[in-house]
Design a protein around this ligand. Sequence first.
Ligand code: BTN
Length: 325
Amino acid sequence: MTTNKRHELISLLAEQDDRYISGQALSEKLEVSRTAIWKHINELKKDGYQFESVPKKGYRLIAKPEKLNESTIKWGLATKWLGKRIEFKQEVASTQDLAHTLARKGAEHGIVVTTNKQLSGRGRMDRRWVSDHDGGIWMSLILRPNIPPHQASQMTLFVAVTLVDTLERVTGQKIQIKWPNDLFIDGKKISGILTEMQAELEAIQYLIIGFGINVNQLSKDFPESLEGKSTSLRMESGQEWNRQAIIQNVLRDFEIAYQTYLDTGFEPIKEKWLAHAYRLNEKIHVKTSQEDYVATVKGITNDGALIVLNDKNEEKVIYSAEIIW
Ligand code: BTN
């Protein structure tokens, strides 16, 4: 059986939820013999999949392996184009850098680059992104959207909103977005997003959307400097999470939301962003090279800048500043 058939087999089994599917049905759907199905079920067991098999009823998938690799991400992944190619590395300097290299060589729209550990993970403004632990999700997507370059900043907000939706649904945690694009639980950072673009005047050549999600780290896994500032889904919820299941949910939701964004534009995203905005209508401290003032957070513009009111009730639009929240 080819790797593709194996992916199809696991997808079919995963789609059944709690139902059984017979060896006969599997062999007809995949157009291979029942012996081939039986052999491959045994191979999957070696990879850590667990099945229940009942005579006359068939097979039921009861557990998937925890291991993160190209196959475990693909098996059961319900997307049409996103992640059809997954570039997985046990360890890499930065998925962002690898994605740039692939995109420069012509890698197509929808390739997902991911890893267990990053040795030089990077964040916005050239900051370090701590990701040398295999408890997180470190991922970069290569996209070639047909939108003008000035709209690319909307993509960052779109990604933030989409991640919030997925993570809230899957984990039940309440997540907020701190401008411009940090995800917070209870005042601590759970995820960061880095959108980078290669463009000409009129057209985007490619976008690399990178995001890190702290999933199963414990407080001892973070450097002291991040104490009280960063957190993980496990630390907040008290339970370990299956990274592969979260990745599959993120990719499926992303693909659907991406089409909705292209069809309906930015307005619904902006509304969702505001509904999750960290410290909306509260006071913050804004510092730029020219000014230093206290202001109230009011919203965002269509290109993702922060709208605030100063103490004279004048509206200010902030593209970049140091903000003390
Ligand atoms: C930030 O909060 O400043 C953005 C953090 C972005 C981290 C992700 S992890 C995957 C990808 N690879 C990197 O080196 N950075 C991004």
